[in-house]
Structures are given as C-alpha cells and as structure tokens.
Design a protein. Structure first.
Length: 317
C-alpha cells in the first residue's frame, strides 16, 4: 500500500448499507445521497479514464496497421501492442464484474495452501529482482469452497500493491494458516458468526497507509487503491463473495499487512483434487448458430468459426 506509515488500527471491510432513496413523486428525479453520489462519480470517472487509455491505444494501433509500407516486423510489433491493450481491457472488465457480483460464480473445493505454493514462481517473476517473496504455508490441506482463480488474482493485486509501496525493493510475505474466527475476530472481519477458516496474510515493508486514505481503501478507483485503481476493491469483493472478510493494518516491519479470512469448505474431503475436464476435440464439421445482439461481436465470431471450417448461421438476439 502507498501512503505514510501510521500506527492506526486495522481497517475492516466496510459494509454499511447504502441509504435508501426516498422518492415522494416517482415522476421527479430526486438527488442521490452524498455518499452514493461521490462514490458513483469516482467510479464513473475512473472507469472512463481507464477505458479511454485503452481505446486510444487500440485505435492508434489499428490506424498504424493500415500503413502499406510497414515491414513484417513492424506489423508484428503493432499487432502485439494491440493484443496487449485488448487483454488489459478484458482484465479490467473482469475485475469490474468481480466487484459488482454478490457471490461466487464457479464454486469448487480447492486447497488454498497448494494454490499459493503453486503460484509463487509466477509471483516472483511479476515482482522482479528487487522484491523478495517469502511464502509460508502448512503441509496439511486447507480446503476452501470458492473460485481459486479469483482468490489467487486477489493475492496478485496485493503483491503488486506491495511492489509499488517499495520502490527500492524489500521483503513481501504471503502466509496461509488455518484459524477459527471467534469473539472480536467475528466483529472485526464482519462475519456472519464464529467460523473455521483460513487466514491469508500478505505483508510488505513499504511506506504504510496514510490515515486519510484508510476509509476509502476498498472503494473502486479511490486514492491509493493501487493496481489500476480497482485492486483493493477486487480484494474486498472476493473476500465478501466467499463469506469472509478483510482487514488492513500496519505490519511489524513498518509497512502494511492485509489479512483475508476465508471460511473452510464444509464437509470437505480429506483430499482436494483439482482435475481438468477432458477436452473434446472439435472437427470443424459441425453446424453452429451464433446469437448476439451486437453486430460487430456477431460478425467476428461468425468469421472466426467459418475460417475454422464450421457451417455458421447467425441471428441477432
């Protein structure tokens, strides 16, 4: 996290309900409550800015591709840049959908400890040579019911935040430990009740949190939100969707510690196996009906499928 270090108390995931709108006359638009209006303005501005940057990159590269004098190497570089911008846009859309969802979409049991260990090598590559990553996990299985990809992406966001908070490098620690939330823990994590779960802790030795930013940490595109302005909002959403909670507090190293609580999978098997569905090879001889309400999307899907040998029919939704 970026900002000034402080000894402030832990910052819990905010769950205050949005004040209901009271419309005396349904035909007359009423002003939104200030807290809702500010959040919507920040969200709209952040989304518009992020998409404007990506659309500019896509549009400019598409125009460059129209130059007939481009060499094969130059054309390849432009296509790579165009693809990168599209991937970034897809990731932003996925993160916005994560923030807006009220629950997990593809819940399945997975071993949190093994997932963290398996991803450590990729994290080290993303963090670079100046950041040292230390991973601590139990040997025993830590079964969680939820979306493994969403949880790992949330940790990735926290690690990228930690890297930003340590411009000259330093130590980042990722820990997984079974725990039981009772008493004050239930209140601080804002859980439904006492639960057996796992604590996923990410600590850095960065510059800490400015108290002025603490109350806005989990808002999309809030100041100091990190990782493209939506990182901490994604972390909070993932924790909430899994029935858990998140706390942000000063770490013993002077930086920041983010503590995520995730409930254990109920009636989980002794061994959690993650097996991929066998892929069914397509022959290209099938007939496919494409239905979409957007002409551009429908057109490109039809074109790609026909190039792969399929017989394709399309209709608008």
């Amino acid at each position: 996290m970026r900002g000034r270090s402080s000894g402030a108390a832990a910052v819990p995931l905010p769950r205050q309900p949005i004040p209901p709108l009271k419309l005396q006359d349904p035909s007359v638009a009423q002003p939104l409550p200030a807290i809702v209006r500010v959040a919507l303005q920040r969200m709209a501005g952040g989304v518009a800015h992020a998409f404007n940057d990506l659309v500019t990159a896509i549009s400019a590269n598409a125009q460059l591709l129209e130059d007939p004098t481009l060499s094969a190497g130059e054309r390849g570089e432009i296509v790579a840049s165009l693809t990168e911008a599209v991937v970034r846009m897809e990731r932003l859309l996925d993160r916005l959908q994560t923030v807006s969802r009220s629950g997990t979409q593809l819940a399945a049991p997975f071993d949190l400890a093994a997932a963290v260990r398996d991803t450590a090598a990729d994290w080290r590559l993303q963090l670079g040579d100046q950041v040292t990553l230390e991973v601590r996990t139990p040997d025993a299985i830590v079964p969680i019911l939820g979306e493994q990809t969403a949880v790992i992406d949330a940790v990735t966001d926290l690690l990228l935040n930690a890297r930003q908070a340590m411009p000259f490098g330093g130590l980042v620690t990722v820990e997984v430990a079974p725990c039981r939330a009772t008493g004050d823990d239930v209140t601080r994590w804002q859980l439904a009740g006492e639960l057996d779960g796992a604590e996923l802790r990410v600590s850095d030795a960065g510059v800490g949190i400015d108290p002025a930013d603490a109350s806005h940490l989990f808002e999309p595109f809030a100041p100091k939100a990190g990782t493209g302005g939506i990182g901490l909002a994604v972390v909070a959403a993932v924790a909430r969707q899994h029935g858990g909670g998140v706390l942000v507090e000063p770490s013993v190293t002077g930086g920041t510690t983010v503590r995520i609580f995730l409930p254990l999978a109920s009636n989980a098997p002794d061994t959690v196996r993650l097996t991929a569905e066998p892929e069914v090879a397509s022959t290209g001889a099938e007939t496919i009906l494409v239905v979409d309400d957007d002409d551009a999307v429908r057109s490109v899907i039809v074109r790609a499928l026909r190039r792969a040998g399929y017989t394709v029919y399309s209709v608008t939704a």
